[in-house]
Design a binder for this molecule. Structure first.
Ligand SMILES: Nc1ncnc2c1ncn2[C@@H]1O[C@H](COP(=O)(O)OP(=O)(O)OP(=O)(O)O)[C@@H](O)[C@H]1O
Ligand SMILES: [Mg+2]
Length: 241
């Protein structure tokens, strides 16, 4: 099967600092690829390039077999993302923000779709609250709702469960696996929770100082580094650097 995302030699320099340094990887159809790495490794910068928000210094990004620069609008209509850092109009209610996204993406049957995601993400008790009054976990759920509302083929999730309580985080992971299974979408995923990365990822890409230092399944990576689990691999790699 052709990869759905192909990243080759991706590089981003800010002045003379290299944040992402010749990164290459693929995401296969229906796969959850975990992007792992210490603070400042270049994960968010990579997401921003994949979303066309930051221009790469070098390298190429292809999605659905097409170049992102040349087919930006067509590609991005089939992509969505969630991140703890996005901001939304704060004077709108949670539900109004979902309407804005739905309109921007030209969705039909909007009221029904919004009801569905509100139910899936258990947002009933704050759907009519102003966005600026949401707690951080409610905000995270709203950004996830926005991401799945448009039924994307690729989801970029930058720390989607940060600030969720364990019960909601558990439900969100189950929901994402369910969405992946039913809609067959591909997901690029980051988290600083190693258990979660082990649970969610079909394969892992380990970034350090902008470079890929390991990749493979969790089992391949732990075996290669002679460690018991991903957390031990993480600590070993981070402390050796
Ligand atoms: N606009 C910018 N200008 C200069 N440096 C930047 C810019 N954006 C990011 N960086 C730097 O690039 C490096 C990578 O940052 P990035 O946000 O991609 O890391 P990350 O892997 O997402 O880390 P975290 O786990 O903390 O979220 C950091 O050293 C950061 O300071
Ligand atoms: Mg980040």
């Amino acid at each position: 099967m052709l990869p759905i995302v192909e990243v080759s030699g991706l590089t981003k320099r800010f002045g003379d600092f290299t944040a992402v340094d010749g990164v290459s990887f693929e995401i296969r159809p229906g796969e959850i690829l975990g992007l792992l790495g210490p603070n400042g490794a270049g994960k968010t910068t990579t997401f921003q390039m994949l979303l066309g928000l930051v221009t790469p210094t070098a390298g190429s990004i292809r999605m659905f077999g097409k170049d992102l620069v040349q087919h930006r609008e067509e590609i991005l209509s089939q992509v969505n993302f969630s991140s703890t850092y996005i901001s939304m109009p704060y004077s709108l209610t949670a539900e109004e923000n979902l309407w804005v996204t739905a309109k921007l993406y030209g969705l039909s049957d909007i009221a029904r779709r919004i009801d569905e995601v509100v139910k899936k993400l258990e947002m009933e008790e704050f759907r009519h609250k102003l966005t600026r009054k949401l707690s951080s976990g409610q905000m995270t759920r709203l950004t996830l709702a926005k991401a799945i509302l448009t039924e994307p083929k690729i989801l970029f999730l930058d720390e989607p469960t940060a600030s969720l309580d364990p019960d909601i985080a558990h439900k969100i992971r189950a929901l994402l696996k369910d969405v992946r299974r039913s809609a067959g979408l591909s997901i690029l995923y980051t988290s600083h929770n190693m258990r979660e990365m082990e649970e969610m990822s079909d394969r892992i890409i380990f970034l350090q100082k902008g470079k890929v230092v390991a990749q493979g399944t969790v089992q391949e990576i732990t075996e290669r580094f002679g460690q018991r689990d991903l957390e031990e691999v993480f600590l070993k790699l981070a402390r050796e650097s």
